[in-house]
Design a protein around this ligand. Structure first.
Ligand code: NDP
Length: 333
């Protein structure tokens, strides 16, 4: 058995030296617990925040303790009612190959709905983030223009597809031609902008958003967001989902003052955390699963093989290696 510990707080971009792989014995489940073999684990941008000891909405990871995150695993042995050997479960668990958990810590997955990996993506935390952030805060209406940064990632891809279901013009911003071709040709986005090669982002946005921007779903922050905000329409809505372009900065990156833009456009900008919607997860899950089964939603996964490659997969989020949800495959069922 093995686990991955955080051994020092990263400065800027994390490196492998901030983590340690440790050999540990396979634990025995106590009464009310199951022994779980990790099959897939999720690497997510928000984990970067937890590696620092800054105040945030979740407590920092503790040094010399295992990283925790979304895990899909197989029940190897059960001493808990309601869970049996062979069940596939999902939960917020440790980065370990084998671990015990109480029955309350995990949820059984129904593999007849969709492949188990979707529990970490489109039918899990990232899908729900897209669903509630766009629909509850963004409130897209048919005919409106929705712009999404981080558009070819796990959350962004779902946001764009839901906005298309709602009848909007959808413009994505992502970091490669391959990603943008995928957004347009595969997912039906109306336009996509490569922020890494476009010399003038505002100009490109004006061309692709001739009627201005009604909803800006922000996954990245920074200069990309500065450009989009200059094109807001009256009563625009701006769900602040993530600010990945800032996560590895040690010093604050200060942009233009945006309050006048919000004021004159009577615009709403609102941060949110998916767990704010915990009481409505059932609704979100049912709707996402229905769209998925009806072929109205598609998903993409980028799966790196091997527990030993977990940190590389995590770091790839900050260099744009992934199209869709980034996962690590740890073992076969
Ligand atoms: P993604 O799958 O979108 O992966 C991250 C992507 O961000 C990369 O593929 C890369 O794509 C892009 N990126 C990385 N660095 C930069 C940068 N400096 N500037 C612009 N783009 C960059 O991750 P998720 O879909 O899981 O998460 C997306 C965002 O949503 C994150 O900010 C995350 O923190 C946030 N989030 C918030 C939640 C909430 O509850 N509020 C819940 C889940 C996620 P590219 O090639 O385009 O650069």
């Amino acid at each position: 058995n093995q686990q991955i510990l955080l051994v020092q707080r990263p400065q800027g971009m994390p490196t492998e030296a901030d983590f340690k792989w440790e050999d540990i014995p396979v634990p025995q489940p106590a009464d009310g617990e199951v022994l779980i073999k990790t099959l897939y684990l999720s690497v997510d941008p928000y984990m970067r925040g937890r590696m620092s000891d800054r105040k945030s909405y979740v407590p920092p990871y503790e040094l010399n303790q295992p990283i925790t995150g979304g895990v899909v695993g197989e029940v190897i042995e059960s001493k808990a009612t309601g869970l049996s050997q062979g069940d596939i479960v999902v939960g917020m668990l440790d980065w370990k190959k084998f671990q015990t958990a109480s029955a309350k810590q995990v949820k059984k997955i129904d593999p007849t709905v969709a492949p188990m990996t979707t529990a970490l993506g489109i039918l899990g935390m990232t899908g729900l983030t897209a669903y509630f952030g766009l629909l509850d805060i963004g409130q897209p209406k048919a005919g409106e223009t929705v712009v999404i940064s981080g558009a070819a990632g796990a959350v962004g891809m779902v946001v764009g597809q839901i906005a298309k279901i709602k009848g909007c013009r959808v413009v994505g911003i992502a970091g490669s031609e391959k990603k943008n071709e995928y957004l347009i040709n595969q997912l039906g986005f109306d336009a996509a902008i490569n922020y890494k090669t476009t010399p003038n982002l505002v100009k490109a946005l004006k061309e692709t958003c001739p009627n201005g921007v009604d909803v800006y779903f922000d996954n990245v922050g920074g200069e990309i967001s500065d450009a989009v905000l200059s094109l807001l329409n009256p009563f625009a809505r701006i769900p602040i989902c993530g600010q990945i372009s800032l996560y590895n900065l040690e010093n604050a990156n200060v942009g233009p003052r945006i309050q006048p833009l919000l004021l004159v456009n009577k615009a709403l900008m609102k941060g949110f955390i998916v767990s704010d919607y915990a009481e409505r997860f059932g609704e979100g899950y049912r709707q996402l699963a229905e769209w998925l089964q009806a072929g109205k939603l598609q998903y993409e996964e980028n799966i790196v093989d091997g527990f030993e490659n977990t940190i590389q997969a995590f770091l790839g989020l900050f260099t744009g290696e992934n199209l869709g949800k980034q996962l690590v495959k740890v073992a076969e069922p």
